[in-house]
Design a protein around this ligand. Structure first.
Ligand code: TMP
Length: 235
């Protein structure tokens, strides 16, 4: 795939993952701000979405009845959106030396459609290999917190989408899935306790970036004013 063939000076690709209400949007806003103040050009993006075509697929995925798509159709739509996002937005940005921070990436499909909805992990891996080749994040931050806490935060924030309406057991499988992904990919992933306040989580994220990517970044000066509120609307 063309997106995997990026050569030359390249930005870093960081994905932020986690279940519902993990505080990803808050952490991405803080991280992007901290990187920019360190003189790094950053593009924040999200999945499903991030390119016009992928945003159109996002609407198909998040709206409507829970059983609108079965898990396999969902995975196919997600990977189509991901391919478009990578080839049109992420890879070109990285090729220009811009760092990309994505709210979710391929691990979400492994966790939600794989561990959560039962699509075989080997099939999902094959699908990603077909669409993306070897392309993957340089660092994946997985925000982990108890299911009750995450769902309560998500409920306080907005009306539930198709995924948030799935049952409690689904969200437990999801959490377990993300924990397994972190354990299975220790060189790429770092699992961070997201139950603390945003400042504490942000500092832990920056520490991880320092250790894994070899860059020291100062934390956000406005931390005291930050809450777990989302930065963008849904879907
Ligand atoms: P968000 O709530 O983080 O904006 O993500 C939208 C929903 O899409 C969320 O409930 C998780 C779901 N999703 C998947 O099921 N699989 C995926 O691969 C991605 C990227 C998101």
């Amino acid at each position: 795939m063309a997106a995997a063939d990026v050569t030359g000076p390249r930005g870093r690709f960081i994905s932020i993952e986690g279940g519902e209400g993990a505080g990803k949007s808050t952490q991405i806003a803080l991280l992007a701000g901290a990187l920019e103040r360190a003189g790094i050009a950053v593009q924040a993006t999200r999945e499903p979405g991030g390119s016009p075509g992928a945003e159109a697929i996002r609407e198909l995925l998040l709206e409507g009845e829970g059983e609108r798509w079965d898990a396999t159709a969902e995975a196919l739509l997600l990977v189509a959106a991901r391919y478009d996002h990578v080839t049109r937005v992420i890879a070109p940005a990285l090729a220009q030396g811009v760092w990309v921070v994505s709210d979710r990436f391929a691990d979400s499909t492994m966790a939600y459609q794989g561990y959560g909805r039962g699509v075989a992990l080997t099939d999902l891996a094959a699908l990603h290999s077909f669409a993306l080749g070897e392309f993957s994040p340089d660092l994946t931050v997985i925000l982990d917190l108890p299911v009750e806490t995450g769902l309560a935060r998500a409920a306080a924030r907005s009306a539930a989408d198709r995924f948030e309406r799935l049952d409690y057991a689904f969200h437990e499988r999801l959490r377990h899935g993300f924990q397994r992904i972190a354990a299975d990919n220790p060189a790429r992933c770092v699992l961070i306790d997201a139950s603390g306040d945003p400042q504490t989580v942000h500092r832990t994220v920056l520490d991880a970036i320092g250790h894994r990517l070899g860059i020291a970044v100062a934390s956000h000066p406005d931390l005291g004013r930050v809450t777990h509120a989302r930065t963008e609307g849904k879907p």
